[in-house]
Design a protein around this ligand. Structure first.
Ligand SMILES: Nc1ncnc2c1ncn2[C@@H]1O[C@H](COP(=O)(O)OP(=O)(O)OP(=O)(O)O)[C@@H](O)[C@H]1O
Length: 284
């Protein structure tokens, strides 16, 4: 299989490379058992799976935040631009260009929208860089410009999610880690968030998208992996995964229209790529 989700070709075509990653919480919980993931530069990779499969754990291992949750990498490695990052602290990883948006829209509720964005831009290299990032955020999310002086806690759920993503974009990341951005949002808002993630990707930012909403994720992503109890059970191009019987039964079940739409969108995304790639079933 080419670079993308699952096991790929380490090298220049890979921005993020997760190899044989094992993660524990305390002594007794083993959350990941040898996970592989590749993200190409400018790629969007979805990580699907049900509750407790290990999706957030994988993002925490990449963003360096495992320790905040009493977790630790117990084997394998995470490389970003071929540099080992699994022993770095979260601030150093942000500095390299990898920024996460944790599950649950953790905006600073008592601060204004503008103050939230400013907080996200603190690490930006220059005032000019911050201004350019703010322009980009306001273009992607005009509501954040309209509500600049409003307290973030008064925004709707969807607007708070937009603010959380906008705040992450303020440091102009190369790789954005999104943990369940659709959680608890109405279908129309989910569609809007999905469209914005695509736009962010088209502007040149790579994305790892953790989602339980497989319909949305397979529309947005080029590649996807399915985690089952801490292992990669399936990986491949999103178009092929959305045709897979297992994925349809377990994650797209009963949504015939959604399945068709996801397949159509994923096929469209796939048609823009020249190489044809195969679906891998993981057994390890
Ligand atoms: N801080 C923690 N301490 C102990 N166990 C944890 C901790 N965080 C997660 N786990 C366990 O690790 C496993 C993977 O959890 P994780 O949150 O990564 O799954 P997930 O796929 O993101 O699930 P969800 O979609 O429900 O967020 C689960 O068994 C979970 O109970």
């Amino acid at each position: 299989m080419e670079s993308g989700a699952g096991e790929g070709n380490p090298g220049n075509s890979v921005l993020l490379s997760v190899r044989d990653l094992h993660v524990r919480y305390g002594r007794s919980v083993i959350a990941l058992h040898g996970v592989h993931l590749d993200v190409p530069p400018d790629g969007v990779v979805a990580v699907l799976g049900s509750n407790g499969a290990g999706k957030s754990t994988l993002l925490r291992a990449v963003s360096g935040t495992l320790r905040m949750h009493r977790g630790a990498v117990s084997g394998g490695e995470v490389r970003y631009r071929d540099r080992r990052i699994d022993r770095l602290d979260p601030a150093a990883i942000v500095h390299l260009g990898v920024v996460g948006v944790p599950e649950g829209r953790q905006v600073f509720a008592r601060m204004t929208v503008e103050e939230n964005l400013r907080a996200g831009g603190i690490g930006a290299a220059s005032a000019r860089g911050r201004a350019a990032a703010r322009r980009r955020v306001h273009e992607l999310f005009p509501v954040l410009a309209d509500r600049a002086r409003q307290r973030a806690g008064l925004l709707s759920g969807g607007e708070q999610q937009m603010l959380a993503i906008g705040r992450a974009l303020m440091s102009s990341p190369e790789l954005l880690l999104l943990d369940e951005p659709s959680l608890g949002l109405a279908p129309k808002v989910v569609d809007r968030i999905g469209a914005i993630i695509r736009e962010i990707h088209q502007q040149g930012t790579a994305v790892v998208l953790v989602e339980q909403n497989a319909v949305m994720a397979l529309r947005v992503a080029e590649h996807a992996v399915v985690l089952e109890v801490g292992r990669v059970a399936l990986s491949g191009p999103a178009a092929e995964l959305s045709r897979s019987e297992d994925v349809q039964r377990l994650y797209l079940g009963g949504h015939a229209e959604s399945q068709a739409a996801a397949q159509e969108d994923a096929a469209l995304a796939a048609s823009t790529r020249s190489a044809s790639r195969g679906l891998s079933r993981w057994t390890g």
